[in-house]
Design a protein around this ligand. Sequence first.
Ligand SMILES: *[C@@H]1O[C@H](CO)[C@@H](O)[C@H](O)[C@H]1NC(C)=O
Ligand SMILES: *[C@@H]1O[C@H](CO)[C@@H](O)[C@H](O)[C@H]1NC(C)=O
Length: 220
Amino acid sequence: MMKMNPLLFCLLMLFLCFFICKSQLPIPAKIDGFVYRKPSVWGESVLVEAFLDPVCPGSRDSWPALKQALDYYSGRLSLVVHPFPTSYHSNAFIGCRSLHIANKLNSSSVYPLLELFFKTQEQYYDAPTYEMSRASIVADMTKLALTAVGENFRTAFQLGFNDSSTVEATKISFKYGCSRGVGGPPVFFVNGMPLSNPGSPLDYNQWRSTIDPLLAKNKS
Ligand SMILES: *[C@@H]1O[C@H](CO)[C@@H](O)[C@H](O)[C@H]1NC(C)=O
Ligand SMILES: *[C@@H]1O[C@H](CO)[C@@H](O)[C@H](O)[C@H]1NC(C)=O
């Protein structure tokens, strides 16, 4: 094999990087994410952005403590959840797509549906669905989703799975996460900054010790 000149190698890498960095990610008309609580006034509340996967155990485990913190801080803590379809959970994309369809049909059902996923996600893990067809997983998730979205939306929800715009929305979610360096959820950003230990849930005390000082500084 020919040995490559190190200088040539560096030039080649720069050249590749130029093309990779140059490609523009698709810009969505509306910023990605499901708003749990809107930031009231810019700068007066702390904003948490959470990248969560409905069929990922770590995301599920992180939710109760985050919810407890949301209750505690009330209007001083805002939350936006970005669904993140982890590539190594086979049903994550369908789960995230369900959330986008729910958001489109009845936006107040998104969080109830996310919680339903967290409660029942084990049935969507890779092993128990190994022999299931994609169609039956979609049918199963539709059934689950309708209990949150509303039975009246049955046909609309099924059509949502045939609607390419819901694939686009889910792809945007994925690319949005990638653009912020999200690899495996749960990943949290506080006022725009990533928390260390991505991929592991925070407990309530960790939320308190992260957010208390910020709110105290905000006041002074
Ligand atoms: C929308 O979802 C919420 C939350 O699950 C539910 O209470 C409400 O009944 C749904 N709306 C309709 C029209 O079904
Ligand atoms: C969705 O598309 C599939 C395959 O393209 C089709 O079999 C199915 O009937 C469609 N569903 C609805 C609700 O239109």
